[in-house]
Design a protein around this ligand. Structure first.
Ligand SMILES: [Zn+2]
Ligand SMILES: [Zn+2]
Length: 257
């Protein structure tokens, strides 16, 4: 059994709880420390119950609370090898494990997926326990057949659906920032997320968390309807054949196995 609970997601911060029967993992620690503690408390968890923290990349919306956490708690932190030193220097981590490829936390097998992002290095992750898989891919500007292959065995995926391309183009951001968001080193748009989902039809994927939404350049309704419309065109009904949840920046209560 393996289950996913996104706690916070968006440009202001990210943190996701991954659990098997015996292991609790936090994927990224990029929201307020106190807010994360409160969210964990709702699930009966205290910092000492967390077996490992896994980091995707070094941007503040993913490691913002790591210094606070590691100042108060001795939790093992798994960091992509390329950014292990960077992260160690910016936190109180004395228990950093530099990882690459695949590794194990408790009874959860973890595999990395290389993301195309404007950071030193960025990874998505797949988590496996007892033949069940879930994955999270955010902060990547492009996708390929490898992406589909990585996600296909999973029953539940957290997938970035950052922006609507037209909203970015028409929006108030300066041109260089628009270019950055839309580049292959930026973030996945609603349109790209939907293309990925369309290629996953017929795979194991049954539950989709649309995540890391931009507050400026997207709406929950638009991210949701872009995906639902694609499924409808393929004669698949949301709520029956596939389940889609749009993750909120500040408050989430959905757990999916
Ligand atoms: Zn980032
Ligand atoms: Zn991010």
């Amino acid at each position: 059994m393996i289950k996913v609970t996104p706690l916070f997601s968006g440009s202001k911060g990210n943190c996701t709880l991954i659990q098997s029967d015996n292991t609790n993992i936090l994927l990224d620690l990029g929201f307020g420390y106190r807010a994360i503690l409160c969210a964990l408390e709702r699930y009966g968890l205290r910092p000492k119950d967390i077996d490992g923290i896994i980091i995707t990349h070094e941007h503040a919306d993913h490691i913002g609370a790591l210094a606070m956490w590691t100042k108060h708690n001795y939790t093992k932190v798994y960091v992509p090898s390329q950014i292990a030193e960077y992260v160690s220097m910016r936190s109180y981590c004395t228990n950093v494990s530099a990882v690459s490829g695949s590794f194990v936390v408790g009874d959860i097998a973890v595999e990395q997926y290389y993301c195309s992002h404007d950071s030193i290095a960025c990874y998505g992750y797949r988590f496996g326990n007892d033949g069940n898989y879930v994955a999270s891919i955010t902060d990547t500007g492009t996708f390929s057949a490898d992406t589909i292959q990585f996600l296909a065995p999973c029953k539940t995926i957290v997938l970035e659906s950052n922006h609507d391309v037209e909203m970015v183009q028409r929006g108030p951001y300066p041109y260089p920032l628009k270019q950055r968001i839309l580049s292959t080193n930026g973030h996945l748009s609603n349109q790209q997320a939907t293309l990925i989902l369309s290629q996953l039809i017929g795979s194991n994927v049954k539950n989709v968390f649309l995540a890391h939404l931009s507050e400026q350049n997207n709406t929950k309704e638009l991210a949701f309807s872009t995906a639902v419309d694609m499924y409808a065109k393929n004669n698949l009904v949301e709520g029956r054949d596939i389940f889609i949840y749009v993750v909120d920046q500040y408050h989430n209560e959905v757990t999916v196995e």
